[in-house]
Ligand binder design. Structure first.
Ligand SMILES: [Zn+2]
Length: 355
């Protein structure tokens, strides 16, 4: 049994400046062809190194091989036209030029399977792989084919399941679906969102997770958060549905958030990935601040089910800040772990390098 309070991250980390210009979403690649393949792998090695040094136990590839957490996956599917884009409102928040669904969607070839194999070989730690969730995929496209968000989501769920099974076969320990759209479309979450998510995870024997957040620290999200009032209770309607679902883990935002932490109690029986690092600020948390967030969450979830994590992906931050935040996460979790009853002075993890 691993010790309690196993650390992990939501998924992404900033890329090296030689691979992709920092600080922008959908940033272009600066390398091409074989050099790009090699560069991505070098970037994964560095992302792993940073996580391992910080004492992060369940690591990701930092999403170094994709330009964007949703569109890179979709680019690899049939049925979506990336040439002739249309403008839609994403998560009711900001307009973006998006690709158009013009035919039946299909996965003709594996998307991240080679990358997952490389990741598996590059670290001895447990690995998590992230995929976009079906509802968030639908919300990032203009649909000229299905004319139904639910039908398109269910088609994507089947495709995601194919990819997830292939990732699992490469030795991935956790497959996480990113569903920020779950914080916006509450009726749809209830009516078909959870069902589509479960379809995407069907038959998987590895741990399955869903990440639901309030987004990166980009301006559109900061403006949206200002409209949410003093208490953010968006999770309140979704968590009971997730608690009754087949998904094992829920990743949520807590640090510097207006989310009342007692809402975590609605996830009884699930593993909870507690966001203890705010990704919307460049200020680096102290280990004590991280520990304080974990202590608060421990009131509502037992330590063996609590995974200290980041609020969201760290891709918009500088590498220096992201690295410091990783170190704070690892050190803060270690502080909190030492306070657990019966855990003091047991050195097997307390003496681990990097904490
Ligand atoms: Zn997020």
């Amino acid at each position: 049994m691993p010790p309690p309070l196993q650390t992990t991250i939501a998924g992404s980390l900033p890329k090296p400046g030689w691979l992709s210009p920092p600080g922008q979403l959908w940033a272009p690649w600066l390398l091409h062809d074989e050099r790009l393949v090699e560069g991505k792998r070098d970037a994964v090695r560095l992302a792993l190194r940073d996580q391992e040094q910080a004492g992060i136990e369940i690591v990701t590839d930092g999403e170094q091989t994709r330009r964007h957490f949703v569109t890179t996956f979709i680019e690899n599917l049939d049925g979506v036209d990336f040439e002739h884009k249309r403008t839609v409102r994403i998560r009711n928040r900001y307009d973006a030029e998006v690709p158009v669904v013009v035919g039946p969607v299909a996965r003709r070839h594996p998307v991240f399977v080679d990358d997952a194999r490389f990741l598996r070989a590059a670290t001895t730690r447990r690995i998590k792989y992230t995929l976009p969730g079906p509802m968030t995929m639908v919300d990032t496209l203009y649909d000229a084919q299905y004319r139904s968000r639910e039908r398109l989501a269910r088609a994507f769920a089947e495709i995601l399941n194919e990819e997830a099974r292939a990732l699992e076969a490469e030795g991935v320990d956790v497959i996480q679906f990113d569903e920020p759209a779950f914080n916006v479309y509450f009726d749809e979450v209830r009516d078909w969102g959870i069902g589509a998510l479960e379809r995407a995870a069907r038959g998987l024997k590895c741990a399955t997770a869903v990440h639901i957040c309030y987004g990166y620290g980009i301006q559109a999200n900061i403006d949206w958060k200002k409209t949410l009032g003093a208490e953010w209770r968006q999770y309140e309607s979704t968590f009971p549905l997730l608690a009754a679902s087949a998904i094992d883990q829920v990743s949520l935002e807590c640090a510097n958030s207006h989310v009342p932490l007692e809402l975590i109690a609605l996830l009884e029986g699930k593993d909870v990935l507690v966001g203890a690092i705010d990704v919307a600020t460049t200020r680096v948390e102290t280990p004590e601040e991280v520990a304080a967030t974990i202590r608060e969450a421990l009131k509502y979830v037992p330590p063996e089910r609590l995974y200290p994590c980041t609020n969201c992906g760290m891709v918009p931050l500088s590498r220096e800040v992201a690295r410091a935040k990783l170190m704070a996460l690892g050190a803060g979790a270690e502080l909190a772990r030492r306070e657990l009853p019966g855990r003091a002075k047991k050195g097997s993890w307390g003496s681990r390098r990097g904490v």
